[in-house]
Design a protein. Structure first.
Length: 100
């Protein structure tokens, strides 16, 4: 596991293995939407979530940095860091603005 660089802000763990598959992507989007600029969510899963990563790139674009920390066939750890702006702000998320 490569832990060479450490984010400056606190890292919020998100273990997807305990979330039902039916709810997993919605839970991940919700968690990412709750992050503030500079914050990181450390995603842990039992497989490489390539379809999810494609969805995240489409939804958040350059406002979300994606960095693998571990990439094994049985264990994946990815840091998602909000680079600038709030994820979802430019995607018409429908939030009233009173949430943040």
């Amino acid at each position: 596991m490569n832990m060479a660089s450490t984010p400056a802000e606190p890292v919020h763990p998100f273990d997807a293995r305990g979330i039902g598959k039916r709810f997993r992507h919605a839970a991940i989007f919700g968690a990412l939407d709750a992050l503030h600029p500079g914050e990181t969510m450390r995603f842990i899963n039992d497989h490489d979530p390539l379809p999810l990563l494609a969805q995240l790139r489409e939804r958040y674009g350059k406002t979300l940095m994606i960095e693998y920390r571990a990439r094994e066939s049985f264990a994946v750890m990815i840091d998602f860091t909000v680079a600038a702006g709030r994820p979802g702000d430019d995607t018409g998320s429908g939030c009233c603005g009173a949430c943040g």
